[in-house]
Design a protein around this ligand. Structure first.
Ligand SMILES: Cc1ncc(COP(=O)(O)O)c(C=O)c1O
Length: 386
C-alpha cells in the first residue's frame, strides 16, 4: 500500500508520536492546570513543552500566546467569529479552503463585507491585488499559506508587509504548511496563525492551535467558548490572559502529548531538510505524471513554488473512478473530488468534478513515487479518451 493522502492527514506518524500518546495515557493521565498534584503538574509540563516547541517552530517569543485547540478549523472560526461584526470588511483569496470560506460566507449573510481576490489559474496570488482590495475600513486579511488542492504557495510575507504597514490584522491558515515550509511569524508580519497538528506536523488528529500576536487586542477578539480554565476560579468571567482566554474545558492532553513529540521530530529533522526531500519527490511526481498520455497536471508545475500536493486529471475518467482504480488495483490511496475547496477549483478551472490529489509526505520515498506514477500510467492505458 502507498499512502498518498497526506494533504488530508499524514500517515504513518513517527514512532515517537504514538509513544508519547501512550506514555501520557499509561503513566501521566492527570488534568493539566487543574489539580496541583504530581500527575496534574506532569500533564501541565507536557502541554507547556508542546507550546515551547511550537513557539520555536513558528519563531514566536511567548509560548503562552499559542492556544491549543482541536484543529485549524476551530482556530480559524475563533478568529473570524470572535473578531468580525456586521459592517466590517474582510479580504481573502479565491484559493481558500472551506475552513475559511464557509465561516466567511455565513458572516457575509450576517452583514460582514467579504472581498475575494482572484488568484491565477495555477493558484498563484499577486500580492498587489491584495493591496488594491484593502480599504480604509478593512478589519482583517485572511489567507492560505498554501493551497490544499495544488500546493501553490501564496506570498504570505509580501502580504504581511502590506498589512503591517496598513495596521490591519493578518490571519494565516497554515494547515498545509506548518512543518514543511518555513514559518517565521515575526519576519512574515503574521498576527494570527492557525495551524493543524495532524498533517505535515505528524501529530494526532484532533490537535491544532492558534497563535495570537502582540499586535492583536485580545479584548476585541472574543472567545467563542467560555468556561473552566483552572485559573482565576474565583471569577465568573472569562480570564483575559493567554492562553486561558481561548482555552476553556479539559484539553485533548493525549493528543497534545503526541503533538509535542511530533513537533520535536520536525525540529530535529529540520524544516529545510524536510522541504528539500518533499520538493525532490514533488518534482519527480510532476515529471512522471506529465509524461503519461492523457494526464493533465494542475498548478504551477514547479516544485519550488508548491508543497508536495499535486492534483491531476485523466482524460475520459472521473477523478473518483481514477482514485477507486488506484486503490483497488494498485493500493495507491489518494483523495479525489473538490477537497473541501470549491473556490480553489473554480480558480483552477476544475469545478465541479475536481481532481485526483496526491499528497506526499516527508516519509514517502522515491520508490513510492515511481510506483504511484506507474499505477496512474496503467489506469491511463485502460481509460477511454474523453
Ligand atoms: C488549507 C486548509 N485549511 C484548513 C484546513 C482544515 O484543517 P482541519 O481539518 O485540521 O481543521 C485544511 C484541511 O484540509 C486545509 O487544507
Amino acid at each position: 500500500m502507498i499512502y498518498l493522502d497526506n494533504a488530508a492527514t499524514s500517515w504513518p506518524k513517527p514512532q515517537e508520536v504514538s509513544d508519547a500518546v501512550l506514555h501520557y495515557m499509561r503513566d501521566v493521565g492527570g488534568s493539566p492546570g487543574r489539580s496541583g498534584h504530581r500527575l496534574s503538574i506532569a500533564a501541565a509540563r507536557i502541554v507547556y513543552d508542546t507550546r515551547e516547541l511550537l513557539a520555536s517552530l513558528f519563531n514566536v517569543p511567548d509560548p503562552l500566546s499559542i492556544t491549543l485547540c482541536a484543529n485549524a478549523t476551530t482556530a480559524i472560526n475563533q478568529v473570524l467569529y470572535g473578531f468580525l461584526h456586521p459592517g466590517d470588511h474582510v479580504v481573502t483569496t479565491s484559493m481558500e479552503h472551506n475552513a475559511v470560506m464557509r465561516p466567511l460566507r455565513h458572516l457575509q449573510s450576517l452583514g460582514v463585507e467579504v472581498t475575494v481576490v482572484a488568484c491565477a489559474p495555477d493558484g498563484r496570488l499577486d500580492a498587489r491585488h491584495m493591496e488594491s482590495a484593502i480599504r480604509a475600513d478593512t478589519k482583517l486579511v485572511v489567507m492560505n499559506h498554501a493551497s490544499n488542492v495544488v500546493g501553490t504557495i501564496l506570498p504570505v510575507a509580501e502580504v504581511g508587509a502590506i498589512t503591517v504597514h496598513r495596521g490591519i490584522p493578518f490571519l494565516v491558515d497554515a494547515a498545509q504548511t506548518a512543518g514543511v515550509c518555513a514559518i517565521d511569524c515575526q519576519a512574515m508580519n503574521i498576527d494570527l496563525l492557525a495551524f493543524t497538528g495532524h498533517k505535515a506536523l505528524f501529530g494526532p488528529q484532533g490537535t491544532g492551535g492558534l497563535w495570537v500576536g502582540s499586535r492583536i487586542d485580545t479584548a476585541r477578539l472574543l472567545p467563542l467558548t467560555r468556561g473552566g480554565t483552572g485559573s482565576q476560579s474565583e471569577l465568573e468571567e472569562q480570564p483575559g490572559f493567554l492562553p486561558d482566554r481561548y482555552e476553556s474545558g479539559t484539553s485533548n492532553t493525549p493528543g497534545i502529548a503526541g503533538l509535542g513529540a511530533s513537533v520535536r521530530y520536525v525540529l530535529e529533522h529540520g524544516v529545510p531538510h524536510i522541504r528539500r526531500h518533499e520538493q525532490e519527490l514533488t518534482a519527480q511526481l510532476i515529471q512522471g505524471l506529465k509524461a503519461i498520455p492523457g494526464v493533465q497536471v494542475y498548478g504551477t508545475g514547479d516544485a519550488r513554488l508548491q508543497t508536495a500536493t499535486v492534483s491531476f486529471n485523466l482524460s475520459g475518467m472521473e477523478p473518483s473512478d481514477v482514485a477507486l482504480r488506484l486503490d483497488d488495483d494498485f493500493g495507491v490511496l489518494c483523495r479525489p473530488g473538490l477537497q473541501c475547496a470549491p473556490s480553489a477549483h473554480r480558480t483552477l478551472g476544475t469545478f465541479p468534478h475536481g481532481t485526483v490529489r496526491f499528497g506526499l509526505s516527508y516519509l514517502n520515498s522515491v520508490q513510492d513515487v515511481c510506483s504511484a506514477v506507474e499505477a496512474v500510467a496503467q489506469v491511463a492505458r485502460h481509460a477511454t479518451p474523453g
